[in-house]
Design a protein around this ligand. Structure first.
Ligand SMILES: [Zn+2]
Ligand SMILES: [Zn+2]
Length: 333
């Protein structure tokens, strides 16, 4: 059964509630809770298990809860300051994902200091898209095996829904393929962030609650509160950030134009490029992933590239890999 059909069948029949591992519900919950905190806990199922590629709903329940928590806007209300914080956190974290998790950790398209590397790894970890090693390893496998059974999130092979929201919720998807990222695994601080990947998001959520509660005390005219700041700044912002990010796995392999005849279904899509700060030029990226730029023409808006140029001017990053001349010539036709 194709994975997308399996996903629908799981949801529809309740078959997914079948335990992914042995034991009563208490011991399963205890083991799952340990995996929420420490990703190096023993995996839920053996390597040859037939549920390796099926969604582990218990382990995935915080992801589902994050979506449900967005409905709490009905109780906490809204204020301009809460919206501003949600937007700012979307922008900062999208930049960390595209500039660092993707263009730096996954593709090494520029260099930076170990301090800046760590700072952006921490901001990246706050996106609730797991640690930098996990993210980069899966992404490198995506490029290595694009649109084959080994591609973790090909909409062509696995179906649209699976490529958008299913592939990372399985025992297989939860694993970090460390062999794919030896260049990153040599940094103990990155391994630590990857191992305890829920710590930074929890700290951000607590800080936002505290910030909102403080504003309620010292600036009640702003009309915010701890709960409101938590819901908008963390749950809503992170959920929107997540869905915007994974449009590149799902929509950008289906809708848009193909400048290059690559061996995959990648597309260039202006609207996706806007919401993902340049990642929507995905056909460009699959054709030549080795450059820091994803917009290949001046009018192909690539906010991440502008941000990295600014960081370069400030001396925070260096050696930005340009688009090679032969690619520029090909783009000009
Ligand atoms: Zn792709
Ligand atoms: Zn890439």
């Amino acid at each position: 059964m194709p994975r997308e059909s399996q996903f629908v069948a799981d949801v529809g029949t309740g078959a997914a509630s079948r335990p992914a591992e042995e034991g009563n519900w208490r011991s399963r919950l205890a083991r799952t809770a340990r995996r929420w905190i420490d990703t190096q806990q023993p995996p839920a199922v053996a390597e040859d298990s037939d549920v390796l590629d099926r969604i582990d709903w218990l382990r995935a329940s915080p992801f589902v809860a994050m979506h449900l928590a967005c409905f709490a806007v009905l109780w906490v209300g809204v204020s301009p300051v809460a919206i501003a914080v949600a937007l700012a956190l979307y922008a900062i974290r999208m930049f960390a994902l595209t500039g660092f998790y993707h263009r730096y950790f996954s593709h090494r398209t520029f260099r930076t200091s170990r301090t800046v590397q760590f700072i952006f790894a921490v901001i990246g970890a706050s996106c609730v898209q797991r640690g930098p090693l996990w993210w980069a390893a899966h992404h490198r496998n995506h490029h290595r095996h694009t649109e084959t059974a080994l591609d973790p999130h090909s909409p062509t092979v696995h179906g649209f829904l699976w490529s958008h929201v299913g592939w990372f919720l399985t025992p297989h998807g939860f694993r970090t393929d460390s062999g794919r990222v030896p260049d990153l695994a040599k940094y103990p601080e990155l391994r630590w962030l990857d191992r305890y990947d829920t710590l930074i998001p929890v700290l951000l959520a607590v800080a936002l609650y505290g910030f909102g509660a403080l504003l309620k005390q010292i600036a009640p005219q702003l009309g915010t509160s701890g709960g409101q700041m938590l819901v908008w700044g963390f749950f809503v912002s992170t959920t929107v950030l997540f869905h915007a990010t994974v449009t590149i796995n799902s929509l950008a392999h289906r809708y848009g134009t193909r400048r290059f005849d690559t061996h995959d279904d990648s597309r260039n899509n202006f609207w996706l490029a806007l919401i993902t700060f340049g990642e929507g030029w995905h056909n460009n990226h699959h054709f030549f992933p080795g450059t820091v730029r994803q917009g290949f023409r001046w009018w192909e808006i690539d906010l991440t590239w502008y941000g990295l140029r600014l960081m370069s001017a400030l001396g925070l990053v260096r050696d930005l890999k340009p688009i090679p001349e032969w690619v520029v010539a090909k783009v000009r036709g």
